[in-house]
Design a protein around this ligand. Sequence first.
Ligand code: FES
Length: 118
Amino acid sequence: MSNSWHDIIREDELSEGEIHATIKNGWHIFLINLDGEIRVWNDRCPHAASHLSTGRIRRGAVMCPLHGARFELKSGRCIGGTYSDLITFEHRNQDGMISVLLPDRSPTMAELPISPPG
Ligand code: FES
């Protein structure tokens, strides 16, 4: 399986503790800066595929907006629940530009979030 780097955001545009969500090459991802360390996650709750990037952040965890599962943002681990860990992606910082390594293939249905009801 091949992967490619995608430029996402400049480091100085990613404020401490804020989520930056985007779609690249069909992948829904979100980045967060936690104490100066960047984490990159697939923007899909492992329970029922909600967008986690719209969830509330509290005490280093994001709460799923649909049913309230919590995921530790440093590890992607589900806290107090039995759902799978979040899918993470490798990132790099070159001259202040944060890039993410994403599969060249399209995400499967099991890797895509559902759209919120409109
Ligand atoms: S979809 Fe996230 S807890 Fe149910």
